[in-house]
Design a protein around this ligand. Structure first.
Ligand SMILES: NC(=O)c1ccc[n+]([C@@H]2O[C@H](COP(=O)([O-])OP(=O)(O)OC[C@H]3O[C@@H](n4cnc5c(N)ncnc54)[C@H](OP(=O)(O)O)[C@@H]3O)[C@@H](O)[C@H]2O)c1
Length: 261
């Protein structure tokens, strides 16, 4: 009898790292639930992945920042009698600039998408993942390892994701479930444009990674049930450095790297 294909829900699947997760999962015989706001883009991805990999792709165009977004996704899956095996919490965005000059509303939306919605999605779907002894992959960032002046709120959201995910991994491991945290450094996606950092040298140097490579590292770590993975040698070295110096010193180094404003 043919093995049943696992069903994987990916948020932020319309571009960047999330889109690459979708391609890798489909190639690895997963069926998918893809969530993002861009309906037409999701439709195109569905067609492409169904044709190339014979996967079944369900798309949900949903702004996760809307109030009842998660219960609406849950209801849609329930109506189709779909139970997920794996959850990839990838949707997120960043902002940059001096905190006092950034619009408060955007900062609060970022905290909501990067943290609250990730927690809500995890809480909603954890029972299904436990039932299926599946996997959760949460996308944090190397920004999680130190405070970053001019990205103060963003770095704090990713520190939250890292801490939450690592604790949850320990809680659910005995139930046959893993929670993997992926920490990418600068990666070629729409992130830099959305964060107003497309002119920053952080996103133009040789250390900038391809989204495909980053997603593959995250996918492999998820499959191997690792608790966390930092993408790429340069980022691994940077992460190690932050462990060797006090937080106040790493914040000053980050301040230098971010440049003057
Ligand atoms: N690129 C980097 O350098 C980098 C580094 C470290 C960590 N990360 C993290 O990687 C993750 C993926 O980002 P990316 O780099 O791939 O950026 P991206 O290309 O901008 O992708 C972001 C994805 O999130 C979706 N999204 C944004 N707001 C949403 C909302 N309100 N509701 C639903 N979906 C929403 C976007 O789709 P729609 O616009 O269609 O909604 C898109 O699919 C993020 O968590 C980011 O913080 C990125």
């Amino acid at each position: 009898m043919a093995k049943k294909r696992p069903l994987t829900l990916i948020t932020g699947a319309s571009s960047g790292i999330g889109l690459e997760f979708a391609k890798i999962c489909a190639k690895e015989h997963h069926d998918l639930v893809l969530v993002a706001r861009s309906k037409d883009v999701l439709k195109k991805i569905k067609k492409e992945l169904e044709t190339t990999y014979k996967a079944t792709i369900h798309i949900i165009d949903q702004d996760l920042l809307e109030e009842k977004s998660i219960s609406s996704i849950e209801a849609k899956l329930k109506r189709k009698k779909l139970i997920i095996n794996n959850l990839i919490n990838n949707a997120g965005f960043g902002t940059s600039g001096l905190f006092e000059k950034l619009p408060l509303e955007k900062e609060l939306s970022m905290i909501s998408l990067n943290c609250s919605k990730l927690v809500e999605l995890t809480h909603t779907f954890l029972p299904q993942v436990i039932k299926r002894k599946g996997r959760i992959l949460n996308v944090a960032s190397t920004a999680a390892f130190q405070p970053i002046p001019q990205m103060s709120t963003y770095a704090a959201t990713k520190a939250f994701v890292l801490s939450f995910s690592k604790a949850l991994h320990e809680e659910v491991e005995s139930k046959g479930v893993s929670v993997t945290t992926l920490c990418p450094g600068p990666t070629k996606t729409n992130f830099d444009k959305v964060a107003g950092m497309d002119k920053s040298s952080l996103f133009s140097g040789p250390g900038v990674m391809d989204a495909q490579e980053v997603a593959q590292i995250g996918f492999d770590a998820m499959v191997n049930r690792q608790s966390h993975v930092v993408a790429g040698m340069q980022n691994k070295a940077g992460a190690l450095l932050t462990k060797l110096v006090p937080m106040s010193a790493s914040a000053k180094i980050a301040k230098k790297l971010m440049g003057k404003k």
